[in-house]
Design a protein around this ligand. Structure first.
Ligand SMILES: NC(=O)c1ccc[n+]([C@@H]2O[C@H](COP(=O)([O-])OP(=O)(O)OC[C@H]3O[C@@H](n4cnc5c(N)ncnc54)[C@H](O)[C@@H]3O)[C@@H](O)[C@H]2O)c1
Length: 331
């Protein structure tokens, strides 16, 4: 029974059971970015720090009166985790009712992050890829690579080829074998390295690790005429020269770029941002005006995306009785 002090826990399996499709998540994010463009969303920059080694910690908070909720994600990430059988990113999401401040739900943030990150790329690809694009390039063949095939299929079902690279050859092979034929990708071809992937991509998604000290490799001449590059690993994979060579540079949140530059020394080459994703979806700012333009989008991942997906998950869970009721903070 739900009481004033109880809250709902949603595991990854519970979230799976809600049947929230990737295309629906893209639509949820589009609405959230429109709300952001209209103002009224509170979203301080994420707290992100390495604790000395490769592991990072991060917390991301936001509030949206339009959604009626505020929320916080607390997560850790470590590129060494897969070696010990753990996911790269692990975390929890806490959802709070805005009108009362009540803690309403705690849920698996790994699920939310996994889905909303790919959906955010899908949103951008839906707006910025060229009509004839068909080949998706992916650097890093893990969880995000898999979710991105689904997200790209949801927004641009004509994509039928994927070229990919992972520094661990078995992971690259497993990805190609597991995903071939799924989400409309008839062909999934492993490449010899990032250059071959970049040169063969209409849309390139960089999903390597976000490292404290970046060692970027993607050079401007690897990025073809009219290509779209979406980075989900900050500027870890793309060189400063490549960033400067782009015709358009966008980001999901300008404040976060500034913050990462100040506190983590990231994005030294991002001296110009033509538009945010919110401005793109709400006003068409930063939209492609020619098939020759090379466009780079830094999707750092924003707290509002987590909040919007978590709210939809809670609404569905309440309707269908999914999840486990826990005693709330008041006992
Ligand atoms: N921007 C966002 O909102 C957001 C959200 C979640 C994850 N991410 C980032 O996405 C990336 C991938 O996350 P994931 O959950 O898929 O992780 P994952 O561990 O499931 O997969 C990452 C894969 O990348 C491979 N890899 C490591 N270094 C590489 C390199 N230099 N080149 C090619 N492959 C390499 C690993 O072997 C692994 O298979 C991470 O950098 C993560 O921080 C970003």
């Amino acid at each position: 029974m739900e009481t004033r002090s109880s809250l709902r826990f949603l595991s990854g399996a519970d979230l799976d059971a809600l049947g929230l499709g990737m295309g629906e998540i893209v639509d949820i994010l589009e609405a959230a970015f429109r709300a952001k463009a209209a103002g009224g969303v509170t979203m301080p920059p994420k707290i992100f720090f390495h604790r000395g080694g490769p592991r990072f910690y991060s917390s991301m908070v936001s509030a949206s009166p339009a959604l009626g909720y505020a929320g916080c994600k607390w997560q850790s990430g470590d590129p060494g985790n897969p070696d010990i059988g753990l996911p790269y990113i692990q975390g929890l999401y806490i959802l709070t009712e805005d009108a009362t401040g009540r803690m309403r739900a705690v849920m698996d943030a790994e699920w939310i992050t996994g889905r909303r990150t790919a959906a955010a790329s899908g949103l951008v690809i839906g707006h910025l890829a060229k009509a004839g694009d068909r080949t998706l390039g992916i650097l890093g063949c893990g969880l995000q690579a898999r979710a991105h095939l689904e997200a790209v299929h949801a927004v641009r079902p004509q994509f039928d080829a994927c070229v990919c690279y992972d520094i661990v050859p078995e992971r690259q092979e497993r990805f190609a074998a597991e995903m071939a034929g799924r989400f409309g990708f008839a062909s999934i071809a492993g490449m010899s390295g990032p250059e071959e992937v970049a040169r063969n991509s209409d849309v390139l998604v960089t999903g390597g690790p976000i490292q404290k000290d970046r060692r970027p490799v993607v050079r401007p001449d690897w990025i073809g005429r009219g290509a779209l590059v979406v980075t989900i690993d900050y500027d870890s994979y793309v060189t400063d020269e490549a960033i400067r060579a782009m015709d358009l540079v966008l980001t999901d949140d300008y404040g976060q770029i500034e913050d990462a530059r100040r506190n983590e020394g990231k994005f030294p080459a991002v001296t110009r941002v033509d538009a945010t994703v919110a401005e793109l979806v709400a006003h068409g700012k930063g939209a492609r005006t020619s098939d020759a333009q090379r466009i780079m989008v830094f999707n750092l991942g924003i707290a509002l995306e987590d909040l919007a997906v978590a709210v939809e998950a809670l609404n569905r869970a309440e309707r269908s009785g999914v999840g486990t009721m826990l005693p709330g903070p008041a006992g």
